[in-house]
Design a binder for this molecule. Structure first.
Ligand SMILES: [Mg+2]
Length: 309
């Protein structure tokens, strides 16, 4: 499982599923932290206080850090810039996104209709797909020979894009969602997440999607390659039980539930159906709450798990 050549090409050094950590001598046996980004390290790209320090302490204490994000929108270079702004040296960590996971599901030379940001197109192109944009004209004939429609976080999502995508699926294309998060956290509250767009296309096409990102198989496959057979996952840290918590369960690792005040302020509004308290947001029954940690920030979590007793 340590053949990193299977990870899609086109990665920035230090942001691949490979092993900068190997070259720096920490080695594949080092315990791994799988860490979510949105709501844990940053909000809408703005660093959350202490996250950079938390990652620095993990690395100093001999852990490998693999970021696993369901955000398919940013390009690799955007991620590198955001990490640097959060005080994280991108060369010391690894990064897997839902765009990478979706790219596992397309073949070289496939014609793929992509609804999403530049990070999604970048990952699909790195996998050898021919990436097409939905036409902006409803009357235009549907493009021929589309192998897959991939729906990511599409800030330009509208009636026409949905209609074109839905037609391609009805014409035989596979429907792939990068992830199914219903919402996306921002400093000004929740905004629609990729799951909302995937659900819309799926409903219109009357066809169920295959989901690539956390906690589904393609992302799990990428993580297995990146983690390697010899390493153990110490904690899966994230702010969303239904994705990060279930991912922890599937990796057989404890869940580190980061209930960040910044991320949670909106969710905690009186009457909110989704108050993010331990267990409340988990209807899956899969999250390993009996082994879970709960902390107000990534830094607090790192100190709880790896700090001096
Ligand atoms: Mg998150």
């Amino acid at each position: 499982m340590e053949d990193t050549a299977q990870v899609p090409a086109g990665r920035e050094p230090g942001l691949s599923g490979g092993g900068v950590a190997d070259r720096e001598g920490r080695g594949r046996k080092a315990p791994v932290w799988v860490v979510d980004l949105d709501g844990v390290v940053w909000l809408a790209g703005e660093p959350i206080e202490g996250a950079g320090e938390a990652v620095a302490r993990l690395l100093a204490r001999g852990r490998r850090v693999i970021f696993a994000s369901n955000n398919s929108d940013p390009r690799r270079e955007d991620y590198a810039i955001r990490l640097e702004r959060a005080g994280i040296d991108a060369r010391g960590v690894e990064l897997l996104t839902a765009a990478d996971a979706a790219a596992l599901l397309v073949g070289k030379g496939d014609r793929v209709l992509a609804l999403g940001g530049r990070g999604l197109s970048e990952a699909l192109e790195a996998a050898g797909a021919e990436v097409l944009e939905p036409s902006g004209d409803l009357r235009a004939p549907a493009p021929e020979g589309i192998a897959a429609v991939v729906v990511g976080w599409d800030r330009r999502f509208d009636f026409t894009r949905m209609a074109v995508a839905q037609r391609a699926v009805r014409a035989g294309a596979r429907l792939i969602g990068t992830n199914e998060d219903a919402t996306h956290p921002t400093p000004y509250g929740l905004v629609p997440g990729t799951g909302a767009f995937v659900a819309a296309v799926s409903a219109a096409a009357e066809s169920p999607p295959v989901i690539a990102g956390k906690p589904h198989d393609p992302m799990l496959q990428l993580l297995a390659i990146a983690i390697g057979a010899e390493s153990d996952v110490e904690v899966v840290a994230g702010d969303r039980p239904v994705t990060d918590g279930v991912l922890a369960a599937r990796l057989g690792a404890p869940f580190g539930f980061v209930v960040s005040e910044v991320a949670a302020s909106d969710l905690r509004a009186p009457g909110s159906r989704r108050g993010p308290r331990r267990g409340e947001e988990d209807s899956s029954g899969q999250v390993p709450w009996e082994a879970a940690w709960e902390a107000g920030s990534l830094l607090e979590l790192v100190e709880m798990v790896t700090g001096a007793a």
